[in-house]
Structure formats: C-alpha cells, structure tokens
Design a protein around this ligand. Structure first.
Ligand SMILES: Nc1ncnc2c1ncn2[C@@H]1O[C@H](COP(=O)(O)OP(=O)(O)O)[C@@H](O)[C@H]1O
Ligand SMILES: [Mg+2]
Length: 386
C-alpha cells in the first residue's frame, strides 16, 4: 500500500491515477496537436505543467487512430547554443526512429532523409539510435533537423509531439547578449510544421511573455497560449474521494475535505504532500490526524522555507510577513497597508515586484494577494505572532 499511496500523491510528476482532472487543458492540447497548432503553457512553479505535459504525451497517442510519436526535452539541462542543438538533434533522432519503426521504413529511406547530417543508425541497449552530425552552426542544425522531422511525419501521415519544458531557459543561453538567433532558428522550422506539434512550457512569465508576445522577437504570434491555474475545489473533491474509496472503501466527509483544502490552499504540491501522509494510514483521517500530518510536513520542510525567507531583503521580508499575517491583502502597495507594516511606498512597490517574480506571492481567484506556499505562510505567522 505504501507504494500505491506514493503513486496517488506524488511530490514529483503526477500522471494516470495521480493526475487530477485538467480535462479542459488536456482537451485543448489534444485539439491543438491534431490541428497542427503550437502552444505555449505558462503557470507558476509547481502548479502542474510538467505533469500536464507528461499526461498529454500519454493521452494523445492512446486516443489517436494513427501513430503519434512523442518526446519531451527539459531545457534546464541545456547551458548554451551547442548543448541546445545537441539535445534537439537527439530528440529529432528519437522521434524519427519511432516513426520509422512504426511504418517499417527502410534504413536507406532514413539515411537519405538526413543525408546532410552524415547519419548513422546504431543499435544500443534501448533500441535503435539515429546519430546526426551537427551542421555549420547550431542555428542551421536546429532548423534543418526540425524541418527533416516534419518531412518524416508528413511522409508517413503520422503526428509527432515535441514538448519543450522550462523553455524560458532559451532566452538565457546567450549570456545576456541580445541575440535571438536561436529563437529565429526554432521559429523557421516550427512555423512550417503541422504534423509535428510543439508545446513550450515554462514558469518565468516575464521571460516567456517577452519571447512569445513581443512583436520584435522571432517567436511572436507563433503559438496559442494556455495558462494553468490551481485545480478547482470540485475536481479535487472528486479526486480525493475516488482515492479514499480505493484506500478505505469510503468517501471523506465534507469537513475532512474542507480541512485539507484549508491547510493546503489546494496548492498541488502540498496537497499531495499532506495526502501522501494521510493515505499511509489504515483508517480514514480524523481532524487530529490531518493536523498532525500537516505539522509533520511543516517540520520536514522547515529548513527549506527558512532558507528562502532568510535570503530575502529586509523590505521583501517585511512585506511577505505583512501579507502572511493578514492572510490575504487586496492592495499590498496601498499607503495604509504599507504604513501598517512600516514600509515606505517607494520600497513597497519594488518588494512586491520581486516577491511576485520569485513566486512567493500571488493573486488568488478574488484578486487578493497571498503567500503562495501555505507552509511558508504558517512559518511566517508562527514566528511573527508570538
Ligand atoms: N493534475 C494534477 N493532479 C494532481 N497532482 C498534480 C497535478 N499536477 C501537478 N500535480 C502535483 O503538483 C506538484 C507540481 O507538479 P509539476 O508537474 O512538477 O509542476 P510544474 O512543472 O508546474 O512545476 C507535484 O507534486 C505534482 O505531483
Ligand atoms: Mg516542471
């Protein structure tokens, strides 16, 4: 059972039985993929982008009548133009091998398609691998390789999904130089691709908005945008009850569910953190056991939370504490609120900006500001309320 509960409420990627709802987003992405529309996804960190990508990479091939090749790249593992083109070359190789195997295409076909890359087909521990040699520049390699992938998918009438996670890293690869040629190289191929659907996901909103919504940047107007919000209460209620029935053969009471929501504020990571403890028990949770499990999670996370809070400037910390003590604040930079926490208006604005950028505060559904991590809010309240 311990294993099963871990799978139902993971701290890492949630797919299958662990994946709560996201039906609207899953349907939208499936539509985009089948119609050759490219997408960029934004959400705060830990809201479920990677889980959604992984789930869609399972859903779409399963639902589709024709073959769908899939690959996900994580740009956190890439540090310069060369490592980007290397990762893209490998991904193109992997997707094309999937297409070739599905369609029983000859080796000669594959090698001739990628002729300019001096291709080599090798057999390794994980099956066949297509090795491609880089062209003159990373930009040429990226464009050419992605165009060849589209050619392979079109030739076989197959679809391919190329998902790129942590995509904001792309804008960091040029070491601050205003060189957008890697974005240009990607655009050139992506706008010519319909059988290969691209999904770009990331959490740094301002960097992504610059890339996709600034008309002077190469990727402008290339993709539809999808924003992930917190999973709704009714979806979580169903998810918890399905899992409660599977575990204890009965649903949770409305009080138990409200208590879980109240503590975790439906933050997906911390809701999973709490439930993974509760679901280890052989009986459904009581009010006391929910509180005790939350305290255990708090103790476990305390040093991480403390580390983050300590790294802030005094002004940022003062604003964060002020918001945590208030619970929610409609106008955190209004003069009365800043005066109540003894901050000057001039510093209040920049502190709010920095806390937002670091995903430490956010606006809730009613447009009131709150601390994002409920465990951090508890820490700030507990240490400033004495
Ligand atoms: N649809 C979902 N249902 C249940 N839990 C989810 C869902 N999406 C994400 N989570 C949980 O939320 C946390 C963050 O998920 P992750 O996909 O890594 O987010 P991101 O990529 O946005 O940082 C993890 O604990 C994960 O298990
Ligand atoms: Mg992620």
């Amino acid at each position: 059972m311990a294993n099963q509960t871990k799978i139902l409420f993971p701290l890492g990627i949630a797919t299958g039985a662990a994946h709560c709802n996201r039906q609207i987003e899953r349907d939208a992405l499936e539509d985009h993929i089948l119609s050759g529309t490219h997408t960029w996804i934004w959400s705060r960190r830990r809201m479920g982008k990677t889980s959604l990508l992984e789930q869609v990479l399972i859903d779409v091939p399963r639902n589709s009548r024709s073959f769908v090749a899939t690959k996900k790249l994580d740009l956190n593992l890439v540090h310069d133009g060369e490592s980007l083109e290397h990762a893209i070359r490998e991904a193109v190789g992997a997707l094309t091998v999937q297409i070739r195997e599905e369609n029983n295409l000859s080796e000669a076909w594959l090698l001739s398609l990628f002729q300019s890359f001096k291709p080599e087909l090798t057999l390794g521990a994980f099956g066949q691998k297509l090795k491609l040699t880089p062209l003159a520049s990373p930009q040429d390699t990226i464009t050419e390789a992605l165009l060849k992938l589209e050619e392979a998918a079109k030739h076989t009438n197959n679809k391919a999904i190329f998902a790129i996670d942590e995509f904001q890293q792309l804008s960091q690869l040029t070491y601050g130089k205003a060189d957008h040629s890697l974005e240009g190289a990607i655009r050139h191929a992506v706008e010519r691709s319909a059988n290969v659907a691209y999904i770009f996901a990331g959490s740094e909103r301002h960097l992504l908005e610059e890339m996709f919504e600034n008309r002077d940047r190469p990727l402008f107007n290339l993709c539809r945008k999808l924003t992930l919000k917190r999973i709704g209460a009714s979806h979580y209620r169903t998810h918890l009850n399905t899992n409660a029935k599977a575990r204890w053969d009965r649903e949770l009471t409305e009080e138990q569910i409200s208590h879980i929501f109240e503590l975790t504020e439906r933050h997906p990571q911390w809701l999973n953190g709490l439930c993974s403890i509760l679901w280890r028990e052989s009986t459904p949770p009581s009010e006391d056991s929910i509180r005790a499990a939350w305290n255990d999670l708090y103790t476990e996370q305390l040093s991480v939370v403390q580390g983050t809070v300590t790294s802030l400037s005094a002004t940022q910390r003062a604003l964060l504490v002020g918001i945590a003590l208030a619970g929610t604040v409609q106008h955190p930079t209004s003069r009365p609120f800043l005066e109540s926490i003894r901050l000057a208006s001039s510093t209040g604005n920049s502190a709010k900006e920095m806390l937002t950028r670091q995903d430490l505060i956010e606006q809730n559904e009613d447009n009131h500001w709150r601390v994002v991590n409920p465990l951090m809010a508890k820490y700030l309240r507990d240490t400033n309320n004495q």
